[in-house]
Design a protein around this ligand. Structure first.
Ligand code: RTP
Ligand code: MG
Length: 159
């Protein structure tokens, strides 16, 4: 199986519709990615159908926020990135901050969600939470991309 410990790690980062809708916020988030030593492996703008949203968030089906989450994530364009860095997964999640906006503003006021989040659902960004979900989510957004091949062919150039 595919492992990238000690080397660059891949993650999926998504700028959600609330943030893409605001050009200055989109710009600030893109800048944040570059400033924090992430390599942008791939990126694309995408608009989900409702069923894409339902499929991506299937694990939350039944939660009280599921309907509004599904609706929100298919409400307009998003920008998805495959990012590479050492500790990419935890580093991106740390930059995002806590899911809930009030909590984010209280405990981590300089994070992305604290600065730009509107509500607990419209919270600007997504980031994979484990290596397993990173690979699954990368395949969901970029089905033609081979993580294995990128690690083999491109990753050595950054060592
Ligand atoms: P994510 O999966 O997006 O990286 O965020 P997370 O792990 O921090 O949050 P999770 O609990 O997995 O929730 C997924 C997304 O659902 C929306 N949400 N809304 N109370 C609410 O209204 C609520 N709680 C969660 C957010 O968009 C969250 O990112
Ligand atoms: Mg989550």
């Amino acid at each position: 199986t595919f492992r990238c410990a000690k080397a660059l790690q891949l993650t999926l980062a998504v700028i959600k519709p609330d943030a893409v809708a605001h050009p200055l916020i989109l710009e600030a988030l893109h800048q944040k990615i570059l400033e924090n030593k992430f390599i942008i492996v791939k990126s694309k703008d995408i608009v989900w159908q409702r069923q894409d949203s339902e499929r991506f968030y299937a694990e939350h089906k039944g939660r009280f926020f599921y309907q509004r989450l599904v609706e929100f994530m298919s409400s307009g364009p998003m920008r998805a990135y495959i990012l590479a860095r050492e500790e990419a997964i935890s580093q991106w999640r740390e930059l995002m901050g806590p899911t809930k906006v009030f909590r984010a503003r209280y405990v981590a006021p300089s994070t992305i969600r604290a600065r730009f989040g509107l509500t607990d659902t419209r919270n600007t960004t997504h980031g994979s939470d484990s290596e397993e979900s990173a690979l699954r989510e990368i395949a969901f957004f970029f089905p033609e991309f081979s993580a294995e091949e990128w690690m083999e062919r491109a990753e050595p150039a950054f060592r």
